[in-house]
Design a protein around this ligand. Structure first.
Ligand SMILES: [Zn+2]
Ligand SMILES: [Zn+2]
Length: 352
């Protein structure tokens, strides 16, 4: 875990008023660059980023395949830090506040935002995403600017590293909320990756009995440790009367397994979308009257996510595979792509 500092640039090589960012300069190419520090504008807050997690969407997107990480840009949407400066018109926040931020930059004015579905905002932008419609640099950087309305305050006892999980925990809580009033007494969770392991814990937290399915024995062991009552390889699963199935992979075989595994009248919550399209067992869904719901991002679950983390109801420390400085950013992404890695944390301002 200990690494030498040989690759870190000498501090004197940088200007005092500059901030370092980990720039994706070309597909799968990284460089630590220096940029002029930006003064926050009206309603904006500047955050000194302390921790930022590498997301699966960063890993899948950095080679250009998703069209959502078009270089040059700075990724990172799972961050936490300390407010370093505020712009005019900012009243609720002050330098020194410990914060995290919504990965969705929502407008607060469109019909979706007004009904509390800001994940569907008509003007939606995502922090650390660069696509045809917008480009917004993210939190693999010493400084991040965001509008004040998307900030959330950290509970005092919550570390920056754990707070960097507010985003994926929020994704899991949102999926569980989408399952809704359906009394999910027994749920199947397909996929024990990072989000799957958080969905398992979010379900357990509300008293739902969980069975986990994954292809990897180590992940099955971890899912049991974190709250699944049973855990199977896909071919071992024989039950098909679950009330709920959460699909957290997003490929044809796992979507089909989800459909086959719920009881008549059951409910599927589709979270994974590894494949943009899958073959779908239409007749089984229609004739067995299944509810099929998509679940995307977060719509108001941040306070609950922070509370669950602070209370220890959702455990994220066992999910941290390793930590890297910003200077080691390229190595951090290599590590995140290795088999068995769950969450890699980058710490942009760990020494300041
Ligand atoms: Zn993410
Ligand atoms: Zn909106």
């Amino acid at each position: 875990m200990k690494r030498g500092n040989l690759l870190a640039p000498h501090p004197l090589a940088f200007n005092a008023d500059a901030v370092k960012v980990l720039e994706l300069t070309a597909p799968s190419q990284f460089e630590v660059k220096e940029r002029a520090e930006i003064t926050p504008g009206f309603g904006e807050v500047s955050i000194a980023i302390k921790a930022c997690g590498i997301c699966g969407s960063d890993l899948h997107g950095m080679d250009g395949s998703t069209g959502r990480r078009i270089p040059p840009m700075v990724m990172g949407h799972e961050g936490s830090g300390i407010v370093s400066a505020i712009g005019e018109g900012v009243t609720e926040w002050a330098p020194g506040d410990r914060v995290t931020f919504d990965s969705t930059v929502w407008c607060g004015e469109c019909a979706y935002c007004r009904e509390g579905r800001e994940n569907l905002c008509d003007a939606r932008q995502v922090v650390g995403v660069s696509c045809a419609e917008f480009r917004r640099d993210g939190a693999f950087a010493e400084q991040l600017l965001v509008p004040q309305r998307i900030l959330h305050r950290l509970p005092d006892n919550l570390s920056f590293e754990e707070a960097a999980f507010a985003e994926p925990v929020g994704v899991a809580l949102h999926a569980v909320r989408r399952a809704g009033s359906k009394p999910g007494k027994r749920a199947l969770v397909i996929g024990s990756g990072l989000i799957g392991l958080l969905v398992i814990q979010a379900l357990k937290r509300v008293g739902v009995a969980v069975t986990a399915v994954d292809q990897d024995q180590e992940r099955l062991a971890l899912s049991r440790k974190l709250g699944a009552e049973a855990a199977f390889l896909p071919e071992e699963l024989t039950e098909h009367d679950f009330d709920l199935a959460f699909e957290v992979v997003g490929i044809t075989p796992t979507v089909n397994l989800a459909v086959r595994s719920v009881a008549k009248g059951g409910r599927l919550i589709l979270v994974g979308n590894l494949s943009p399209e899958v073959s779908f067992p239409l007749q089984a869904v229609v004739t067995r009257e299944l509810d099929v719901l998509g679940s995307c991002a977060i719509a108001g679950e941040y306070p609950e996510a922070l509370q669950a983390l602070a209370a220890g109801d959702i455990q994220v420390k066992p999910l941290i595979s390793d930590r890297y400085s910003l200077a080691e950013g390229a190595a951090a992404f290599t590590a995140a792509g290795e088999k068995g890695a769950l969450k890699i944390i980058v710490r942009p301002t760990e020494n300041s």
